[in-house]
Design a binder for this molecule. Sequence first.
Ligand SMILES: *Cc1c(COP(=O)(O)O)cnc(C)c1O
Length: 436
Amino acid sequence: MNDKNISLHSYQAVWHPCTQMKHHEVFPPVCITRGEGVWLYGADGKRYLDTISSWWVNLFGHCNPRINAAIIDQLGKLEHVMLAGLVHEPVARLSERLSAITPGDLSHCFYASDGASANEIALKMSFHYWQQSGFSNKTQFISLQNGYHGETLGALSVTDVPLFRQIYAPLLRPAHPVPTPDWRFAEAGTTPEIHALQAAAALESYLAEHHVSIAALILEPLIQGAGGMGMYHPVYLQRAREICDTYQIHLIADEIAVGFGRTGTLFACEQAAITPDFMCLAKGLSGGYLPLSVVMTNDTIYRAFYRDETSQAFLHSHSHSGNILACRAALAALDILEQDHVIETNRKKADFLNQCLQPVREHPDVRDFRNCGMIWAFEVADPRPGFTHRFAQKGLERQLLIRPLGNTVYIMPPYIINEEEMELMTQGILRILNEL
Ligand SMILES: *Cc1c(COP(=O)(O)O)cnc(C)c1O
């Protein structure tokens, strides 16, 4: 048992996400009481370096003083108000700022509370747009092999991770996964760029045949996160944009994991100089503090719903849409991104961490070591059964919160990580690799 305060009975009262609860008999959940910067402090008196930003959400550390101050200030004024018929300054300011910093003409923001809901909204909006624009055949979506867009039924329909999807298949819409541009799937001797172009050619031939029935293509720009941190060449995004234009198909960029600087640019789409028709943001949007997501779209799509009839409006809603505390957290996070020149600073940090990680890259058991912006990943060759759990457990023993995806080990630290913490993290990972 690695905590003092919570009985086994209370563990069972909490049904944890993405967890086989029976595994907690052997590996009980770690009780966290406090956080500061990259560190989480356990009830057991130990500390853990959050190498994965608490499921990729945290940008500027736990209990960041500037974000805390914004939320505390807001809490004294108003905690929440519905967003139908009412508006508040933080949501208006956030929408304008997001429109200003995202690529192209994404001038309208529709809010929800989590990433899966944002993707559901984009899918519904795309379908509904085509219905109202005389394209009633456009009722299907396409998505990429190994893509992940969330766990609700609509989002799961465009997700291609068998572990999450298979059992629910009878509940889901028919899937049309097209080949992934992820370079791990490239044939020997093929460059990432050629592989991406081959995947784009497969997309084009599929759409050439089926475009009449397709409303949108949804994808994760540059990095397929939950599918194993697969990385791909930006030329795929350029080609996908061109192909979608040719065949009148919306492009939905799911930047839920990669937005706000993760890939080295503020948004991943920038690296291909493209503007999607819908951009979905969540996770880091509120600095990782509070559940907040947004779908951004352009004026053409917005205008298709701007009619006299209520029934032609986009009537989707969530109780906590545009929560004011979450919006204040998001505004504070944007302030930090700008004031601290985070994109430039991260480049230097990434250089330093790449140097630290050199021995990991050269480790005999490590395959396909890769880095993009502030994400690193590699596979461990021929792991013994139970690898994922044992790696995570060894991590905790070495003060690291790290949770491999299958045999893919990845790190995605909060941007405020310092050099000493990066060295500690690397030494820990290297030790675990040698022990396993
Ligand atoms: C996490 C994630 C989602 C789902 O977001 P939730 O807030 O967990 O619902 C969707 N798409 C991508 C790319 C993600 O990484």
